[in-house]
Every structure is written in structure tokens, then in C-alpha cells.
Design a protein around this ligand. Sequence first.
Ligand code: SF4
Length: 374
Amino acid sequence: MTAAQRGFESGPVGGRISAVYIEDGAADSAIARRVMDRLPGVPVHHLGAGAQPPTVSFSEGKRSLHLKKRRGGFLEHCPAGTTGLVCCNYLVVNFASNCPFDCSYCFLQDYLATNPQLTAFTNVEDGLAEIGRALARHPTRQFRIGTGELADSLALDPVTGLSRILVPFFAEHDNAVLELKTKSDCVDELLDLEPRGRTVVSWSVSPRCVVRGDEHGTASLGARLDAAARVARAGYRVGFHLDPLIEHQGWEDSYNGLIDEIFAAVRPESIAWFSVGSLRMTRALQRKVRARPATLPAPFALGAELVAADDGKMRVWRGLRVRMYNFVMQRLAQQAAEVPVYLCMEGSGVWQNTVGEAPSDREVALRVVAGAAR
Ligand code: SF4
């Protein structure tokens, strides 16, 4: 049985990487030097500029690491900002591509299907210069910028140490908040840094049964919440994304338990924001999820009945989405009414049915950024 058929291992991410490919000209970077230092004994292959590692399957692409310069821009608007949906004005910066974890519902299975190689970009200084120019052009705007769109923000941090570059950079800029979003417990690099209120570390969280069934290779819920408590003690605000909410037998009890566990781990004063979102997939992604190896547990994500929505994605039908949002948001408000909560990728009608108002994109963005500085 291959590793892909067995599923993804738990344990340190560095131990899962079986080879490193370094592009000519990237080896002298801080990122490459750290990777070499932290992965002794892992075979290293040198590639000419622009050359690619051997073509591999999506699963195999997660088990070797390509270090290369990024050509083109690093910063872009979050793709969730689709016309017709209330948007939180989020920017994403891509310092890596793909993820060593293997969530059943991960959109990268489709989005990166033709380019699955796990990659860390080494010219981080070019990305920071681009961010610096954007912040300088709009000095009165408050930016929220995340690294967790095409990658998990912290899964590779034990080997790249990227947070040691990013957190000090954002600490020096008063009009931006960095969000490091993860399903890992890789926070050791963060603990001796000074975020100065400019970095929020956030976790995507699901009930324990969903973590076991669908979020292969990630840290357990308990390990994520322990990590959140550690960074909160170190002076960071933390965030939680209850996204995707996945309907399953007994979901009310599962989400009740999840919310209780969050507040048992972290005090409301340390929480910058919550987001809540429903399961959503393109048809192509749904086909990929169905085609996953039968040796993996049957994913909860496949138990949900999805219907086509206006933006072309498949979603849980609206009545159930609103019911799940109301249930979760009422429970969050009972525990911490002062913490901002936003809906991810929903239109104004669902906002109205859930929170009784349909704020503008700008209002949502201002509330969420304010959560980091409360
Ligand atoms: S942690 Fe995020 S990026 Fe990684 S596999 Fe899971 S959903 Fe995808």
C-alpha cells in the first residue's frame, strides 16, 4: 500500500518531507538556509532556473518541497470577494503553494490539480516590498492580509521559519494586520517574537469527529487549542474559523462541544474574530472528493447534500445554512458578544436572515480589523 493510499501521517511536518528541490539562485536565501539546517539527511536536488521537479500526483506533491523564486506578484484580493457576496476586503499574500495536510474538502485539490508541488517561495523580500508599497499608497486604510489561502500559514514554519520574517515586518506597520491561519500546532517560532498587535494567529476548527474523518494529517482539535492558548499567553490575539460547517448526525451537539472547548482554552479578551462559513465545492472538487482512495475514512463532507448556488458553487441548501449559522452564532454570542463574527462567502440575504443586518463590505472589514485591536 502506498503512502497516498494509507492517508496522511500525523506528527511533525518536517518528518513527512522526503526530498527537497532547490532552484538555482534560491539556495542563498534565508528560507533555503533554514530548510537545509532543519531537514538534515533529506535528499536535496538542485534544479536549473525555471526547471520543475518530476511530475507527481497531488498526494505525492505534498511530500517533497520545492524552493524557488516567485515570478510575478505576491499580493492579490481574496478570491472569495465575488460579486453579490458580502466581502471582508481580505488580501492574500502567497509565500507558499499547497499544503502538507490532506483535508477531504480542500479546494486546492482542484485549484492546484495541474501544479500540486508543495512549494515555498524564497524571495520573501520581494513580497514584503510589494506589501510595503501597497500600505504606503493607502496610509489611512486598514489592511488585513493573510498567508493562508493557497497554503496553511504555519504548517511549514518549523522548517522555513517564515514567521520570523513576517511578524517583525508587520509589527512595524500601523495600517495592516497579518493573519496566520492554520490547522497545525506549529507555533514555536512565534513565541519569542513581538507582534505589537499586528499579527493574529487563527485556527480553522471543526468538531473532533470531523477532524478525524476529514482533516487528515492536521493537528488534533486539542493540539490546535493548546497552541492557541500558548500564542495568546505570548501576547497574540487569536482568531477561529468555524468553516466549513459540516452537517452530520448530531451536529448541534458537536458544534456546542466545539464552542465550549474553544472558550475553555482561550479567554474572549484574546480573541480577535470568528468567521463562520458553510461547506461549498465546485462540481470538479466534488468529483475529486468522491475519487479519494477508499482506504481513507468516508468523509463527512460527502454526507452533505449540496445544491448549486448563484455563484456556480455547490452549497448546503439555504434553509439549513441559515439554521446552522444561527445556531453557531447564538452560541458564540452567549459566550463572547463583544467578539466580531462574520459570515464567509454569503450574500446580503443570508446575512439579513442570520444577523438581522446586511453590512457593506467596508463595514465588515472595519469591524474585523477592529477586533484585532480591541
Ligand atoms: S489545512 Fe487547509 S490548505 Fe491544508 S489541506 Fe486542509 S484545507 Fe487544504
